[in-house]
Design a protein around this ligand. Structure first.
Ligand code: AMP
Length: 395
């Protein structure tokens, strides 16, 4: 794969796939993070004397154009961040859009309309990708968040543009993944939380070969504990995953990989704050209760494991952190990871909930890398080469 800095982009038309899928309220951007994340790549390309056409999706349009998902709304926000005017080219299939684009001088920045207004984008349609390629001498993909999708703009277009490279954000994400998967210093602790084993089992299995130990958290804990014969009361359980859970624990013990399942849990009678949250051993939860967070003993053990780690991967909350009484485990974990990082550990945090928890704690800056990818990070951790990454490798 060619690095961005190795490409000669002066005087060229560069198509940049960005992830401008930002949250909006009444047409106003409520979180600018994704736009800011693309700035280093965009500013670099402009400094090099090229012109840029930005492409992205926004939301999940059902059938064609809808004004509330138009990228045109983002124009003022992007202009402010990039500190330069933008030209809105409209619909990619419109002949006038290409004519307009080709007539713009070097140094211009243009934006095409939401690509998902066309079903061909998500279908990875070849003709649609060829149409996009007509806008480009160089293709740069800086949208790690959608790199696990083989869509027209995230992967297929790369086959039709002579020169291509990852943007700086994409490169940082790929480097962070490689750091954890291929260059992890021991002890490497993988903290995998969240609701279900089924969505994380691919990651768990791939990491058996790489991690020294797992900390399991969140709802999936109780499927593991039930698989070991524990009493989990009303806790979340995936009956269909009991066998898989047993196999995973067995595989870990065969390989000498330690697995920590929180020894105690903060419990409630319902999936809400019932005003009487109490702590039970995770393997002896009464029939009337469900486990919703790591308990105090578990929090102390998790903290000591984290502080003793040199590499930490964190994906998924340790409890129902959206409800404050059940957020203690996740918050204690985040603080411990920040502390370990200050003491020299490498930490990679990803997934919407973990990133939200890190932001809420104000510790994001103290972590080695906070990924912008949810699904993309998980699939990378499963050991897959993402379609958006692979497409940049083809010559
Ligand atoms: P995931 O999307 O799989 O990473 O799961 C995140 C969700 O898991 C969050 O919305 C949490 O509220 C939820 N969660 C965490 N712990 C539990 C638990 N003990 N029981 C049920 N849901 C949980």
């Amino acid at each position: 794969m060619v690095e961005l800095q190795a490409l000669h982009v002066r005087g060229k038309r560069v198509l940049v796939r960005v992830d401008f899928n930002v949250p909006l309220e009444n047409g106003e951007i409520t979180d600018i993070t994704r736009i800011r994340a693309a700035l280093p790549t965009l500013k670099y390309l402009l400094q090099q004397g090229s012109k840029l056409v930005l492409v992205s999706h926004l939301g999940r349009p059902k059938s064609g154009f809808s004004p509330e998902l138009s990228l045109e709304q983002l124009l003022p926000g992007i202009e402010k961040e990039l500190e330069c005017p933008l030209v809105f080219l409209g619909n990619v299939l419109d002949k006038a859009a290409l004519t307009h684009w080709n007539a713009l001088p070097m140094g211009s920045v243009a934006l095409l309309e939401n690509l998902r207004f066309h079903p061909e984008e998500e279908a990875g349609d070849v003709q649609f990708a060829q149409r996009l390629a007509e806008f480009a001498d160089v293709y740069v993909n800086d949208a790690f968040g959608t790199a696990h999708r083989a869509h027209a703009s995230t992967a297929v277009v790369a086959h039709f543009v002579p020169e291509k490279a990852p943007g700086f954000l994409m490169q940082k994400e790929l480097d962070a993944v490689a750091q954890v998967l291929n260059q992890a210093q021991s002890p490497f602790t993988a903290v995998i939380g969240g609701a279900k084993i089924s969505s994380k089992i691919g990651v768990l299995k791939n990491l058996i070969e790489r991690a020294d130990r797992f900390i399991i958290g969140g709802g999936m804990v109780y499927t593991f504990i039930k698989a070991q014969g524990g009493e989990i009361g009303l806790s979340l359980v995936e009956e269909s995953m009991l066998e898989t859970a047993k196999e995973f624990l067995h595989a870990c013990s065969q390989k000498g990989v330690q697995v920590y399942l929180p020894e105690d849990s903060v419990c409630s009678t319902r999936f809400a704050d019932d005003g009487a949250a109490c702590v039970y051993p995770s393997h002896a939860i009464p029939a009337s209760h469900m486990g919703l967070d790591a308990g105090p003993k578990a929090r102390a053990t998790i903290e000591s494991w984290i502080l003793d780690s040199k590499t930490i991967l964190w994906n998924g909350p340790l409890g129902v952190f959206e409800i404050p009484v059940f957020a203690q485990g996740t918050l204690a974990l985040g603080k411990a990871i920040a502390q370990a990082t200050r003491h020299g550990a490498y930490s990679l945090v990803g997934g919407g909930d973990s990133v939200a928890a890190a932001n809420a704690l104000g510790i994001s800056e103290q972590l080695s890398y906070v990924s912008t990818g949810g699904g993309a990070l998980l699939e990378s951790m499963e050991g897959k080469i993402l379609p958006g990454h692979r497409a940049l490798m083809d010559v």
